[in-house]
Ligand binder design. Structure first.
Ligand SMILES: NC(=O)C1=CN([C@@H]2O[C@H](COP(=O)(O)OP(=O)(O)OC[C@H]3O[C@@H](n4cnc5c(N)ncnc54)[C@H](O)[C@@H]3O)[C@@H](O)[C@H]2O)[C@@H](O)CC1
Ligand SMILES: Nc1ncnc2c1ncn2[C@@H]1O[C@H](COP(=O)(O)OP(=O)(O)O)[C@@H](O)[C@H]1O
Ligand SMILES: [K+]
Length: 531
């Protein structure tokens, strides 16, 4: 799984490369600029990587991001391009490494007419206005910018440079390439300053940054390429965020062994669905049950009001049904390898009491447990502290609204930094958390965080959350921890959504369930029977 890092983690890894691997900062910067030139020439589809017919404008700030820009300028020149470089700050305000980078360019300028150096934006304006560029390169700010909140105003000369780049790009269609990240974007949170570069392409150093996935990040980075600059993954903290991929998801999925039996292939209890004279939420139980069966679970038993049993049997005949009677439930809880609690359970006092009783009983808390929907509502209402109740391996699967109710945090605060909030919640309550969204964040009590960046608005329809709960329960029943099950299931769930319909706007929860076998079997090169 690829790492996705915060600004701080990236700076720590940069420092570790320098301190522990004895890689000089100059070498890292050289690799950054050189790799960026390679990526640019590849993306322009140039033969032999030569750029003789290309012209670039590079605007450089005073930090190391600007230093990357000086190195890039040199490598673009070496490939035959013409390059205009604007330095926004006087050389004596630059750090040694960046002054050296600029010094090399100044020496180049005395030999090459293809390089023009401008000491200020004003000096460059006339030239820039008359010139068509193959691309404009933003080397103004990188991971050195930290924003307290969205919309912090930047000062000149950076502000004018960003405004110039954005307006040039909208007038002349000169594509904008951001080095490391679009200037003005906070690498960690995805907050954007006023103004922030709107890039067509971002060439990020070593690892993608968490800010690319949240807040303004997704709209501003354009296509993201990662430049390999010799900062190996072992320099990253164990707990840094990882992106779930097909390899991870399939490693978490256990195929049945030839000698297996139904009771060794995962026994899952789903306590879901409700029926009253006023309303029915039987569908939630049916979707969760069908999703669990579609994941190849050996045995699925669903507890729901018995009047609804016929409806469940009509679409999931392989599942057994039990009532909500305490004795029957307790017996099945003992039997189960994993339990899903909450989808469409209801919010009556009796439902709240059921959840309270279960999450405080040892027979339940020692199982792998998935708590979703109305179980989360009941937890919030009862104020039960899960850390106290001693859940041994549980995952909660809220969307932002449910998480807000559970934590008292405002929804905008949650969406501003979901990774941080998920991490804190998991640690404080000793449970895994799957915070739904695009992307979905999954955190473990030990501080690990996975991001599921796959999936689209195909899943933005009622019932897909019930399906996800059933899938998590299935993978947990088959052997994964709830953290692994939540991570892998969210990936397969998203894939099933992708496969459900050519037009994502028309996807229904039913179609997602139908596609689960295909989403899983394509990982194992098995052709599923068409449902
Ligand atoms: N060893 C390293 O540290 C490496 C760093 N690299 C590059 O270095 C970048 C990070 O370099 P730096 O830490 O020097 O930081 P930056 O280059 O991102 O910029 C920091 C500079 O921006 C200014 N600044 C901060 N907040 C500002 C604001 N609100 N308005 C205007 N100016 C502001 C600061 O005065 C500082 O001089 C990375 O993004 C990457 O491009 C790469 O060269 C790879 C190796
Ligand atoms: N725009 C989107 N892009 C990707 N995934 C989405 C999007 N909208 C919703 N989802 C996913 O769909 C599921 C919806 O779950 P939930 O809100 O609990 O639905 P319900 O309660 O109706 O079943 C979650 O897994 C969520 O991450
Ligand atoms: K930049």
């Amino acid at each position: 799984m690829n790492a996705i890092v915060t600004g701080k983690e990236m700076a720590q890894a940069d420092n570790a490369a320098i301190d522990k691997l004895l890689t000089s900062e100059t070498r890292l910067m050289e690799l950054a600029g050189r790799q960026a030139a390679e990526i640019i020439s590849r993306s322009l589809h140039r033969e032999n990587g030569q750029l003789h017919d290309c012209g670039f404008l590079i605007l450089c700030g005073k930090g190391n991001n600007g230093g990357d820009g000086f190195v890039l300028a040199r490598h673009l020149l070496n490939k035959g391009a013409s390059v205009d470089v604007v330095t926004l700050y006087p050389p004596d305000s630059l750090k040694d490494i960046n002054r050296e980078g600029l010094g090399i360019l100044q020496a180049y300028a005395s030999h090459s007419s293809r390089l023009r150096l401008f000491a200020t934006l004003d000096d460059a304006m006339n030239t820039i206005e008359q010139q068509e560029y193959t691309a404009i390169i933003d080397a103004l700010l990188g991971t050195g910018l930290n924003l307290e909140h969205e919309g912090v105003t930047l000062r000149d000369p950076v502000r004018s440079a960003i405004e110039l780049i954005n307006s040039r790009s909208s007038q002349n269609a000169s594509p904008v390439i951001a080095l490391d990240l679009p200037s003005g974007l906070d690498a960690t949170t995805g907050y954007s300053a006023a103004p922030t570069i709107r890039a067509d392409m971002t060439i990020t150093m070593a690892y993608r940054k968490t800010g690319f996935f949240f807040n303004a990040g997704p709209e501003l980075t354009g296509e993201v390429h990662t430049a390999e600059i010799s900062i190996p993954p072992f320099l990253l903290p164990e707990t840094c965020c990882r992106e779930i991929d097909d390899e991870y998801a399939s490693a978490c999925f256990t195929l049945r062994s030839p000698s297996s039996a139904k009771h060794t292939n995962g026994k899952l209890l789903i306590i879901a669905g409700s029926l009253s004279p006023e309303a029915s939420m039987t569908g939630a139980a049916i979707l969760a049950t069908r999703a669990a069966l579609a994941c190849g679970t050996g045995y699925v038993c669903t507890s729901l009001p018995l009047e609804a049993a016929a409806a469940l049997h009509a679409t999931a005949p392989a599942a057994t049904v039990i009532s909500r009677k305490p004795d029957a439930l307790e017996q099945k809880i003992r039997w189960a390898d994993a339990i899903v609690l909450g989808c469409g359970l209801g919010r009556t006092p009796a439902d709240l009491e059921l959840v309270r009783r279960l999450v405080t009983s040892r027979v339940f808390t020692t199982k792998k447990v998935v708590l979703d929907a109305d179980a989360l509502f009941a937890l919030a209402e009862s104020g039960i502290d899960l850390a106290q109740s001693g859940m041994q391996d549980a995952v909660l699967t809220p969307h932002n609204g449910e998480f807000s109710r559970l934590t008292g945090l405002a929804i905008p605060d949650i969406s501003a930094d979901p990774i941080m909030h998920a991490r804190v919640f998991s640690r404080n309550h000793n449970v895994a958390l799957l915070l739904k969204g695009n992307p979905t964040v999954i955190s473990s009590p030990q501080g690990k965080v996975h991001l599921n960046t796959s999936g689209t608005e195909a899943l933005a329809t009622a019932g897909t959350g019930d399906i996800l709960s059933g899938m998590i329960g299935a993978l947990a029943a088959k052997g994964c921890s709830t953290f692994e099950a939540a991570s892998a299931a969210s990936w397969f769930h998203a894939r099933a959504g992708d496969l459900a319909h050519d037009l994502s706007s028309l996807v229904t929860a039913e179609q997602v369930v139908h596609r689960i076998p295909e989403a899983i079997s394509e990982m194992f090169s098995i052709t599923p029977d068409t449902p």
